[in-house]
Design a protein around this ligand. Structure first.
Ligand code: SF4
Ligand code: SF4
Ligand code: FES
Length: 872
């Protein structure tokens, strides 16, 4: 730490940073535009000016850009200096010369960094009288709206899109005072990370097109901390709702996981929550045709999904009574869980039917792959890294995974990692890492070692040092051979060609010389051998004393959570029904038709006497069930998910759903209560299991920790429901929200009582503690004078560092450093399949994941940006 003086007061700051970061970390309000905590400084906008003095006696000083000036021991600066203040106000005035001043109709209004900085600098009067320069806007596809006149030419958009995220189709065109930021012509933005422009652009040029379709002012959104449900990485999000419909998703900063960014599937895949296919009432199917359903509570049946019979909406009580009767008469009940449902809901189902009758809901193959990954990470010496750790890697080997499509933010992390080796040059030239333009000038397009072995082309190929294209068996052999080359204790792979052996040696050499080697694989090519080969490589590096990290991508938000519960797979559930050991099946948030053989699932429906589904969308499985209960989505419920790293994270209910929708675990609790009042239990375990266990989020989490020690830490994920700050809950509504009375004035002018939330320390109201809550409870970033997402700097321990009070989430899996190495030895034979005939389907970011494929913008994107893979 060093001492600097700001307006004559001493402050301790970390050495090696620039003055702007230091001032923001200390809590000063210093305006900026072009600087971004993840993209660092380029000194383009001149907004962050401060006065720098030579020493104590220097009364004149000079104006410097704080984002371009390193901190130094004894340095003296002034933020309040009149000349510096006047300079900053003038900069805003210049930047605003052509700005349309259309705040009242701008989508960014009220959450705009330009508005905040204008107020902060005190520029209040517009003097220019000339005609403004105007631009034509572009159609950039289903995600992003473009309004170029609002641009202040800070260059953040192209710096993010091109330099940070590797996009090529967005650029700056023109010169002098007429620069245009867009594509060379109208067209869909190609990058999978284009949605971040919404948060990166400090004005209203790039805004969320999905929000525009159901626009509401940002301060009227009800928000809560949440987790993305569209892949296994578990990025942290802030969904916003108004009037019962989800309106948008914003990034929620988690230093370890997603940092400042999200992928487009995570940001725009939320619209399934508002889908016309939502199940909003319990549905009971009658064997004979029933009159048409009235009241609009039932979604239209999907075409061709077996809706020959008709379902009728019934009350919650009728549905529960019916289920209770079915279960008490049943000869055997099994529960099929889900890798897209919370730990709480899966555990509740397991409690209802009993451990022996609970199935993970993953197909046999998926179950095997996920269980293998868990075993490797729990028993082996290689650590599973967080996304932030992966950005630090200096040599990367990918075996079999197209991460851009299966785990998109991992692609973004690796794009940062490949710059680490070239960046070493800048250290020797004493260029600080935060001096982004100088760093990029030195390293240009150079990239560090990234080796890719995949069965089809990937978007990361452009960055790869070498690619190896082969069928999964050969990718596995390739990986096993690298492991042997690294450590002779690993098994030998016979029969490799000289070309392959040369590449194997090159990769082994690079990994051996790495400071922070990273091995990436996953379930993408559906091969146990590939997963084992990746483990062998990482373990061989550990045996050589290298701190190797091993990342496996999984496809669903709770693959790891349900995998850690140790249940059986879907095919075993089918066998139970086929062998007449069970006649009743409860399916939790799972469209089985996406996972298994159609015939096997049809047989399940034909052979079981009763199939009960708890889910939120009328998918092919729900449409065949005899009884369907309307489950809450992630936005309408509380729960816990475990990401690919093994990190458990809590998501919170954003709004209270209408009609009978509730969290699946609450439905299961209601079923238990209803059975109890009938004097019957489904599972024997229930006798030792008090019903109160499922009554609240806190009690169910305590029960999970007690029953399954691997989840012991989930009780510590967040404060309990009793937590209060200054006697108040943490409000989901901003104190700037329009009044409740006004919101419902079309129904009643009496102020309604806000819904209660007995499960969490958050309230469905604007009243409560508006300060900085514990990190896991942050519902929005706001601070006086900071209405935009940039207010985040007030919530961090230090700029670009962890949140104050520590990051949310707990790692449930840690490596066994002292593990005795037992390599996998089952090396497959070389594939006989010609690659172009490989029976593998590419996984595509905008169509392969279930929930986002019910979201309009993502469906549009899938049609407009069709997947091109190498096998085609
Ligand atoms: S479009 Fe936005 S991010 Fe890009 S230069 Fe203009 S103001 Fe900056
Ligand atoms: S990378 Fe995965 S978890 Fe992160 S935002 Fe995208 S889909 Fe969601
Ligand atoms: S923020 Fe410092 S010059 Fe732009």
């Amino acid at each position: 730490m060093i001492t600097i003086y700001i307006d004559n007061k001493p402050y301790q700051v970390k050495d090696g940073q620039n003055l702007l970061s230091a001032c923001l970390t200390l809590g000063f309000d210093l305006p900026y535009f072009c600087w971004h905590p993840a993209m660092h400084s380029v000194g383009a906008c001149r907004q962050c000016a401060v006065k720098l003095f030579k020493d104590e006696k220097d009364a004149k000083g000079k104006i410097v850009m704080s984002c371009m000036t390193p901190v130094a021991e004894g340095q003296r600066i002034s933020i309040d200096d009149l000349e510096a203040k006047a300079f900053r106000a003038s900069v805003i005035e210049w930047l605003m010369l052509n700005h349309p001043h259309d705040c009242p109709v701008c989508d960014e209004g009220g959450e705009c960094h330009l508005q905040d900085m204008t107020v902060m600098t005190g520029h209040t009067y517009r003097q220019t009288r000339f005609k403004k320069r105007t631009h034509r806007n572009q159609d950039l596809g289903p995600f992003i709206n473009h309004e170029m006149n609002r641009c202040i030419a800070c260059y953040r958009c192209v710096r993010f899109y091109r330099d940070y995220a590797g996009g090529r189709d967005l650029d700056a065109f023109g010169c002098h005072d007429n620069v245009y930021f867009g594509r060379h012509e109208d067209g869909v933005l190609e990058s999978e990370f284009s949605g971040n422009l919404v948060e990166v652009c400090p004005t209203g040029v790039f805004t969320d097109k999905t929000l525009k379709r159901h626009y509401t002012r940002k301060w009227d959104l009800q928000t809560a901390p949440s987790i993305c449900v569209h892949c296994g990485l578990g990025c942290n999000t802030i969904p916003g709702e108004r009037y019962g419909s989800l309106r948008r998703i914003l990034n929620r900063y988690n230093h370890e996981v997603n940092g400042y960014f999200l992928c487009d599937r995570g940001r725009f895949g939320y619209e399934f929550v508002n889908s016309g296919r939502r199940i909003r009432k319990s549905l009971l199917k009658s064997p004979s045709p029933t009159p048409p359903i009235k009241g609009g509570a039932t979604p239209s049946p999907p075409e061709g999904e077996g809706w020959g019979e008709r379902a009728q909406p019934v009350s919650k009580e009728t549905a529960l009574k019916h289920i209770s009767e079915i279960l008490s008469k049943s000869k055997g009940v099994i529960g099929i869980g889900s890798p897209r449902a919370s730990l709480e809901s899966n555990f509740a189902l397991r409690s209802l039917v009993g451990q022996k009758n609970f199935y993970s809901g993953m197909s046999a193959q998926e179950h095997r792959l996920v269980s293998l990954i868990i075993e490797i990470l729990q028993k082996g010496p290689a650590r599973s890294p967080a996304l932030h750790d992966m950005e630090m890697a200096d040599v990367v080997l990918i075996l079999g995974e197209d991460v851009t499509n299966t785990a998109p933010l991992l692609d973004l992390a690796l794009r940062q990692a490949v710059r680490n080796q070239p960046k070493e040059m800048t250290a020797s030239m004493r260029i600080p890492e935060w001096d982004d333009s100088a760093v990029r000038n030195v390293i240009q397009d150079k990239t560090g070692p990234l080796y890719l072995a995949t069965f089809a082309k990937t978007k990361l190929d452009d960055l790869a040092t070498k690619t190896y294209r082969a069928a999964p068996e050969d990718i596995a052999r390739f990986g096993f051979a690298i492991a042997h080359e690294l450590n002779p204790g690993a098994p030998v792979v016979p029969g490799l060609s000289d070309d392959v052996l040369t590449l194997v040696k090159e990769i082994a050499h690079a990994l051996k010389n790495a400071k922070k080697p990273l091995i990436v694989s996953g379930i993408g090519c559906l091969s146990e051998a590939v997963i084992q080969a990746a483990a062998n490589v990482a373990w061989a590096l550990c045996a050589e004393g290298k701190p190797a990290e091993l990342c496996y991508a999984v496809h669903e938000c709770n693959n790891m959570g349900v995998g850690l519960m140790g249940a059986k797979n879907l095919e075993e559930a089918f066998a139970m029904v086929q062998d007449n050991k069970a006649d009743t099946v409860i399916i939790l948030e799972n469209d089985l038709y996406r996972r298994g053989d159609k015939q096997a699932i049809d047989n399940l429906f034909n052979q079981a006497n009763h199939v009960i589904v708890i889910d939120h969308l009328l998918n092919p499985t729900a449409s065949k069930a005899g009884l369907v209960l309307p489950a809450a989505t992630f936005a309408e419920s509380d729960g816990t998910l475990v990401n690919n790293e093994g990190r458990a994270q809590r998501y919170y209910q954003v709004f209270t759903p209408n009609l009978d929708i509730q969290a699946s675990w609450k439905w299961i609790n209601d079923i238990m209560k209803s059975m109890e009042s009938n004097g019957s239990n489904v599972s024997k375990e229930l006798e030792a299991f008090t019903r109160q266990t499922l009554e609240s989020l806190d009690s169910i989490d305590s029960a999970i920790s007690a029953a399954l020690p691997v989840f012991a830490l989930i009780k510590e994920l967040a404060p309990s429901a009793n937590f209060r700050v200054q006697g108040g809950k943490i409000p989901r509504e901003s104190h700037r929200a329009s009044g409740r009375t006004a919101m419902l004035a079309n129904i009643s002018v009496h102020e309604p009582k806000p819904p209660e939330d007995p499960d969490t320390p958050l309230s469905f109201s604007m009243e409560g503690y508006e300060g900085r809550p514990p990190a896991s409870l942050i519902s929005r970033y706001w601070s006086p004078g900071w209405n935009s997402v940039q207010a985040l700097n007030k919530f961090q321990k230090e700029v670009n560092g962890p949140l104050a009070g520590g990051g949310p989430g707990k790692r449930l899996i840690e490596p066994k450093q002292d593990a005795r190495l037992v390599y996998f030895t089952n090396i497959p034979s070389s594939s006989k399949i010609q690659l172009r005939n490989a029976p593998l389907q590419g996984y595509y970011i905008f169509s392969s994941e279930e929930l986002s494929s019910y979201s309009r913008a993502v469906v549009d994107a899938a049609q407009l940006k069709p997947h091109k893979d190498a096998s085609s």
